[in-house]
Design a protein around this ligand. Structure first.
Ligand SMILES: Nc1ncnc2c1ncn2[C@@H]1O[C@H](COP(=O)(O)OP(=O)(O)OP(=O)(O)O)[C@@H](O)[C@H]1O
Length: 507
């Protein structure tokens, strides 16, 4: 299939607000695809290429942009092959070859296709919010239930291969997609509660656990082979040898564990989130030791536990990793839950998670079976621009312009970002240095005092609330926003929404 057909479909999808019409257009496209092209097409449609990051930045992309092709002639297969080549060339010494591959690719693309490829490669995730719609479209095109497609995608961690199986295999084959030790699954996520009492009303009897402010880890072990994945399913095994050692010590052969890892100080108190995350970076120095804590177990020695109630999974966890279980208790009593929350906070943790004891593990779902309660409101927002500082911060990019995701386009373009405030508070000297360099790399334009950047950087912001504001497009502004740290484990498509922030206006 020609790339042109896929790009036209994304334009049609972006131009309508009707979910049904979007699903319909995508289903038509999926049905026409050559089966071999399906995984690549799904990657492009969700702006997450099959190849992962191919290491093309804004500068490289703009340098490669030449005269576009007059007529569409680039096939999906050719684009996919070019991405394979770019990925293989990532690394030192191959800059010239990479530039030539990119130039060749853009020369074969029409102007619209060039813009599309740029958007995908730069991780400009305008279409990123499409995953739910695309899952529906796969179900429609393959005449399978949405639930069976969703489940297979969550358990395989891969919508592209799921789409191919749904469209070319039998219903039974789709239903057989299950957990596989070594292949990461989409993690279960939490809703937000205003207080432990309110959360407990929703969950009923709950496992009330410390909410540690570290990094999510999913650990797969088969014999001595241990693999660790992040929240976005990137493999980080080689970065966390101490976690590998801990898990090798558990009395099991096969296991899949879900947990959180973080750095502790000598006094046992948690170190700042940024210190944990620094261990995940490319040039990570091992100055801190990371400790793993587990709160769930999805599989043990040939037995899948996803559909077992949490109370059962907790017992299994206790039997294999008692010393590495996250602190917590099962209770229905708000007094007890309140005490656990106070203990968590006084030990320096973020808050608590309340999890319904009867709930199954819903991979990839953010529901009300898990509810987080944090005393400080924090939101993950996207940096849209940054202003040059003054005084001590002269010459440094300091004041961040913050945007919230607008999936439906209520205040602008669907999947775009709506500015909700600015802040330069809470930014350490190290972060200031980092962001000054980083933002100039992803710069898209600048005015006298401000550098505008690609909307790809997620930053965690603490706020006291929001207030009405006629100045900002979402008609609200953040109150007392301060930076907690950058969330390199999150993509911009996973940022918090303008709707979630606006909901804070209500008492
Ligand atoms: N006891 C726990 N149970 C589950 N998750 C925990 C626990 N302690 C810490 N966490 C972390 O909290 C997150 C749960 O919150 P949520 O599902 O909303 O993810 P998130 O969007 O990354 O949220 P946040 O920014 O608040 O960490 C998990 O992804 C995990 O990293």
């Amino acid at each position: 299939m020609l790339l042109d057909e896929l790009v036209r479909t994304t334009d049609a999808v972006a131009s309508t607000r009707s979910r049904l019409a979007k699903v319909d257009a995508l289903a038509q496209l999926l049905k026409r695809l050559d089966p071999a092209d399906i995984p690549a097409a799904v990657g492009l449609l969700t702006a997450k290429p099959r190849q992962g990051r191919v290491g093309v930045g804004w500068r490289g992309m703009s340098a490669a942009m030449g005269v576009p092709a007059a007529e569409p002639c680039l096939t999906l297969a050719a684009l996919d092959a070019a991405l394979d080549r770019l990925q293989a060339l990532a690394g030192a010494g191959s800059a010239a070859e990479r530039a030539a591959t990119l130039r060749e690719l853009t020369a074969a693309a029409t102007e619209r296709e060039q813009a599309f490829i740029g958007g995908v490669l730069l991780g400009e995730l305008r279409t990123g919010a499409l995953e739910g719609v695309l899952t529906d479209a796969v179900a429609r095109a393959a005449e399978r239930s949405v639930e069976s497609v969703r489940r297979a995608a969550m358990l395989s961690g891969d919508l592209g291969s799921t789409a191919r199986l749904a469209l070319t295999g039998t219903a039974a084959e789709l239903d057989e997609v299950g957990l596989q030790v070594g292949r990461p699954v989409q993690p279960m996520l939490a809703g937000t509660g205003a207080s432990v009492t309110a959360a407990l009303e929703t969950t009923g009897e709950a496992s009330v656990e410390y909410k540690l402010d570290g990094a999510r880890i999913q650990v797969h072990r088969s014999g001595d082979d241990v693999r660790i994945f992040t929240r976005t399913l990137a493999e980080v095994t080689h970065r966390l040898p101490e976690v590998v050692e801990v898990v090798r010590g558990f009395p099991v052969h096969d296991v899949i564990l879900d947990g959180e890892t973080l750095a502790l100080g000598e006094d046992g108190a948690p170190r700042p989130f940024q210190e944990t995350m620094s261990r995940f970076g490319a040039d990570a120095a091992r100055t801190t030791v990371l400790h793993p804590w587990f709160f769930d177990v999805l599989h043990i020695d040939g037995r899948d536990l996803l559909d077992e109630p949490l109370s059962e999974r907790t017992k299994v966890l206790e039997s294999i990793a008692p010393a590495h279980r996250i602190p917590g208790e099962i209770t229905a009593d708000p007094e007890v839950a309140g005490r656990i929350s106070r203990d968590a906070l006084s030990a320096g943790h973020e808050g608590v998670m309340l999890k319904s004891v009867g709930s199954v593990y819903s991979a990839g779902r953010r529901g009300s079976n898990w509810i987080k309660v944090k005393p400080v409101l924090t939101y993950d927002l996207v940096v849209l621009a940054c202003e040059w500082g003054s005084g001590r911060r002269a010459g440094m990019l300091s004041n961040l312009h913050l945007g919230a995701l607008d999936p439906a386009g209520e205040f602008g373009e669907p999947g775009g970002y709506v500015m909700v405030g600015k802040t330069f508070k809470g930014i350490t000297d190290a972060l200031l240095q980092w962001q000054t360099e980083r933002f100039q790399e992803i710069e898209v334009r600048r005015t006298a005092g401000t550098v505008w950047v690609e909307p790809v950087t997620v930053v965690e912001i603490a706020i006291d609330g929001v207030q009405q504001s006629p100045r900002y497009p979402g008609r609200i502004a953040l109150r007392f926003a301060r930076v907690k740290g950058y969330r390199e484990d999150k993509t911009a498509a996973e940022a918090d929404t303008i709707q979630a922030l606006r909901a804070l206006l209500r008492p």
